[in-house]
Design a binder for this molecule. Sequence first.
Ligand SMILES: [Zn+2]
Length: 201
Amino acid sequence: MLTLSNEDRDVIARLLQPGVGVLQGTKGKRLAQDKGIILVACSDGDQFHDLYCHKVTLQARHREDPRIHPLVLHGLPCRLAYRSPANDPDDMVDEVFLKCIRGALSRKHFETVALCAHVPCMHATDYGLGVLDQLRLMVAGKIRIADYCRPAEPTIACFLHVDYGEERAKENRRKTYFVNREALRRFTDAMLPPISDLNLA
Ligand SMILES: [Zn+2]
């Protein structure tokens, strides 16, 4: 099983700081899902069960029976952005899964899409993507889904599942966080150097 890199662990700690607020707990967050959710996730067999169970738990507040429509593939939440570096040039993964999402919205009448990236992720590691890269690609994918699926107007939410590893007690080892898009934009903007520092010559 992969272990969380120190680099990603440090970034996650920063993203969780209250003043930053990119990653937030899901308790109290009411994502509308009376009609269930389309779950876009990585197929990682070490993590999917925990992720799926978390979604079932959240849905219990909205429905008697869970209604979850999983679309899963290695690293999928990061592969829906236009020209995502998590895809090989000819694999067409984004087109195939965008069609699946649009079809589930129109034919199965879902109204909510949950994108859930995770760390540590084999696919993201293989393509050289850190957790911040994954979050940015997932949000870009969210925007693309919204455009692609018009005139449907689904609610699309982003989540990050983290496996902190065996150093934590079992019940505290895995966490799923809500990703705040605006806070992520502010955080990544702040990382860019001021314009005066750029060598534009
Ligand atoms: Zn993965």
